[in-house]
Design a protein around this ligand. Structure first.
Ligand code: CUA
Length: 155
């Protein structure tokens, strides 16, 4: 098989671009640590209620405008339920599931996480705008999935 010179040039350019993109994404993932989380902390899903911090779910103030929410998800509820925080607060959510895969999506924010049994999911958000934020489970988890919801009230 014989290539024209311009074909060879384009082949070299396109292979060069593929290698370049691979090196670039590899650099982002491994050097800059921007890859998807693959080594989350783990937990025994059978013993969530006995394992700190999930033995004491709730809202804790940890700084002037900073709160930690330790939350468990199970069919078909969020615990704690109906969270209230002052406007301007940064909230660090630490979550795990006690049974199946659930979702944690907060309307009007970028918060959207998958909460899987056996893993600890951590995600943070600053709530500046007062209002009532609807929290829904966006992973199908069974017969009551569409009723799995709660609110975060920002005052
Ligand atoms: Cu939990 Cu859907």
């Amino acid at each position: 098989m014989k290539f024209h010179l311009d074909e060879k040039i384009w082949l070299i350019v396109s292979f060069g671009m593929i290698i370049g993109f691979m090196l670039f994404t590899g650099y982002q993932t491994f050097v800059l640590g921007m890859g998807p989380p693959s080594h989350m902390e783990t937990i025994d899903p059978q013993k969530v209620d006995e394992t700190a911090p999930f033995d004491n779910p709730g809202v804790k103030q940890i700084g002037e405008n900073e709160y930690e929410v330790v939350m468990t998800l199970e069919i078909f509820r969020f615990n704690p339920n109906n969270i209230e925080i002052p406007a301007g607060s940064t909230v660090h959510f630490t979550m795990t599931s006690k049974d199946v895969v659930h979702g944690f999506q907060v309307a009007g924010t970028n918060l959207n996480a998958m909460v899987t049994p056996g893993h600890i999911q951590k995600i943070s958000q600053t709530f500046n705008e007062p209002g009532e934020y609807l929290v829904v489970c966006n992973e199908y988890c069974g017969i009551g999935h569409q009723h799995m919801a709660t609110t975060i009230t920002v005052k």
